[in-house]
Write a protein that binds this ligand. Structure first.
Ligand SMILES: CC(C)(COP(=O)(O)OP(=O)(O)OC[C@H]1O[C@@H](n2cnc3c(N)ncnc32)[C@H](O)[C@@H]1OP(=O)(O)O)[C@@H](O)C(=O)NCCC(=O)NCCS
Length: 173
C-alpha cells in the first residue's frame, strides 16, 4: 500500500543509527531472499549493525564532493535512504547510484521509488548524461525494480570483495 505523507529530505546526524540498521537489515534480508538456503555469512560483507551506524555517522556530515544522501521518513520513522554522486572509479562523466535501501517491513510501499527518483533527479541536475549502479546478480527483486524504471543491464560484471556477483545497470539521463 502506498504511504501518504512520505517525506524525502536530507539526513541529519541523528539519522546515522536508522541508516545503519536499514542498511544492515536490507542487505541481510535481500541476500536471504536472493540466495535461499545459502549461508548469508558467506557473502555478507558488513560486519555488524554497529559498523554500519559508524559508517553513516562519518558519511552523513561528509557525503563526498558532489554526492547527496536522501532519507525517506514517514510519520517520524526513517524508512529508507539513497546515496548518489560521482562514480567510484573510471569515467567521471557517469553518475552513480551508490546505494538504495528500504526497511524490509516497508518494501512495496513506494518508498524505494521516491528515493530512486530523488537520486536520479540529483544526478540529472548535476549534468551527468547517464548513470550506473551495481545490483546483486541474484537479487531479482531489485533488478526488476530498476528494470521497471528504465535501467538496463549494460554487460559489465564484477565481484564484490566477498565474492558476491554484481551486475551493472545504466540509465540515460
Ligand atoms: C529494491 C528496493 C529498494 C525497492 O524498494 P521498495 O520501497 O520496496 O520499492 P517500491 O515500493 O517503490 O516499489 C517496489 C514495487 O512495489 C510496487 N508498489 C509500489 N507502491 C505500491 C503500492 N502502493 N501498492 C502495491 N505495490 C506497490 C511497485 O509497483 C514496485 O513494483 P514494480 O517494480 O513492479 O513496479 C527494496 O526492496 C530494498 O531496499 N531491497 C533491499 C536492498 C536492495 O536490494 N537495494 C538495491 C541495491 S542495488
Amino acid at each position: 500500500m502506498k504511504l501518504d505523507h512520505l517525506i524525502v529530505r536530507a539526513p541529519s546526524p541523528t539519522d546515522a543509527r536508522a541508516l545503519g540498521e536499514i542498511w544492515y537489515d536490507g542487505e541481510l534480508e535481500s541476500l536471504r531472499e536472493s540466495y535461499p538456503g545459502r549461508s548469508t555469512d558467506e557473502w555478507f560483507a558488513l560486519p555488524s549493525v554497529a559498523w554500519c551506524e559508524e559508517y553513516w555517522d562519518f558519511h552523513i556530515p561528509t557525503p563526498g564532493v558532489g554526492s547527496r544522501i536522501f532519507v525517506g521518513e514517514h510519520l517520524g520513522r526513517v524508512l529508507g535512504f539513497s546515496h548518489s554522486g560521482p562514480p567510484d572509479e573510471q569515467d567521471d562523466r557517469v553518475g552513480q547510484l551508490h546505494s538504495l535501501y528500504v526497511r524490509p517491513d516497508a518494501w512495496g510501499t513506494g518508498v524505494g521509488t521516491e528515493l530512486l527518483a530523488s537520486a536520479v533527479d540529483h544526478l540529472t541536475e548535476a549534468g551527468y548524461p547517464s548513470a550506473i549502479l551495481w545490483a546483486v546478480q541474484g537479487n531479482l527483486r531489485s533488478r526488476s525494480f530498476y528494470e521497471n524504471r528504465g535501467w538496463r543491464a549494460d554487460g559489465h560484471f564484477m565481484r564484490a570483495r566477498t565474492g558476491l556477483p554484481l551486475v551493472r545497470y545504466s540509465l540515460a539521463l
